[in-house]
Design a protein around this ligand. Structure first.
Ligand code: P6P
Length: 339
């Protein structure tokens, strides 16, 4: 039987051998992983746990909150607030930042998360997940403010997601590649099942919500139209389409076998750059994709270079197999030059 490497051992070796992560960051990541285990347990109970359905409230995005959205948010807050590794947290489910209560020690990290992404899939038993991003608190002996969170994605020190599907898999980067850990439910521990994840640079599979086609901008229409023409068109190969409507599930497929995921700007809400959130969806996913050899842009620049101005701001997302993302970005450049 091959040597089983637990998440704890992987992180200890990253800390000790590579000197890549300080002990406080290792502790933070182990706490987040334990919280994801609890969320996975609640998700897997489903109707038997009385956790399905809506909570009768809306979040800051104006979206109806599912009971599990709130449960997952509370699990992550309660797991992380006492450990002494965090200065504050921010969540898709909370309007403002969450300061670590004064009764607990403070640390130097900021944790951002979408506690349960894709929650419209909960009640229909389709994969969902938790997305998280870790930043360092800027220097300065002062209280945490929302502006401390407004750092570009390239400033992240760790990022990951946990997908609650047929398996529960934690996918993580601390800046030197991507590793995947599968939850061993009998032992209750995450076990390394893939190290040094590499996304193929080419693909035949695109992920986009096709029902929005009439709203897309020209470069996206051009790219998808060429995919649909298949081997008879300029791409000279047939494409397949997937859309789970759960970013974590779509991104995990791409991390596993390649592909391109797009949630582009569309003219339904011209003043919004896109649907997905920059700080706790696009930035962590964009870094993971880049760390696995892929690319992530908003059509015009690297997602990780976007300078945030608001905690819950949205962004257009094009990510996945490098050569495909670069093609879409090139189409955006040609469209802008022709204007
Ligand atoms: P649509 C889930 O609500 C989410 O934020 C992402 O996880 C997912 O990729 C997208 O929205 C799905 O959006 O418009 O296809 O329902």
């Amino acid at each position: 039987m091959s040597k089983r490497i637990s998440l704890t051992r992987y992180l200890v070796e990253k800390q000790r051998i590579d000197g890549h992560i300080p002990s406080q960051l290792r502790l933070l990541l182990e706490v987040v992983a334990r919280a994801c285990k609890s969320v996975s347990h609640a998700v897997n109970k489903g109707a038997l746990g009385g956790v399905l359905g809506t909570a009768g409230s809306e979040n800051v995005q104006g979206e109806v909150q599912k009971k599990l959205d709130i449960i997952a948010n509370e699990v992550l807050i309660e797991a992380n607030e006492w450990g002494g590794h965090l200065a504050a947290m921010a969540s898709e489910e909370m309007d403002s930042i969450y300061l670590v209560p004064n009764r607990y020690p403070k640390g130097e990290y900021l944790l951002l998360f979408d506690p349960l992404d894709g929650s419209s899939n909960i009640d229909v038993n389709v994969s969902i997940g938790t997305i998280f991003s870790v930043l360092k608190m800027p220097e300065g002996d002062r209280g945490v403010e929302e502006s401390d969170f407004l750092q570009a994605g390239k400033c992240q020190v760790a990022a990951g997601y946990c997908v609650y599907g047929p398996q529960t898999i934690l996918v993580l980067t601390v800046g030197d590649g991507v590793a995947m850990f599968t939850l061993d439910r009998e032992m209750g521990s995450f076990v390394l099942t893939q190290d040094d994840v590499q996304i193929p640079p080419d693909t035949r599979e695109f992920a986009i919500n096709m029902s929005n086609m009439r709203h897309w901008d020209a470069p996206v229409k051009r790219y998808i139209d060429e995919c649909l023409q298949g081997k008879d068109g300029p791409r000279a190969k047939d494409f397949n389409m997937r859309w789970v409507a759960s970013m974590v599930a779509d991104v995990h497929r791409i991390m596993t076998r390649g592909g391109i995921f797009m949630y582009p700007w569309d003219k339904r809400e011209p003043n919004k750059p896109g649907k997905l959130r920059l700080m706790y969806e696009a930035n962590p996913m964009g870094w993971l994709i880049e760390q696995a050899g892929g690319a992530a842009t908003n059509g015009h620049q690297r997602i990780l270079e976007v300078q945030p101005t608001q905690l819950h701001e949205r962004v257009s997302v094009i990510l996945g197999s490098k050569n495909e993302v670069e093609r879409v970005t090139q189409y955006h450049r040609e469209h802008a030059n022709a204007a």
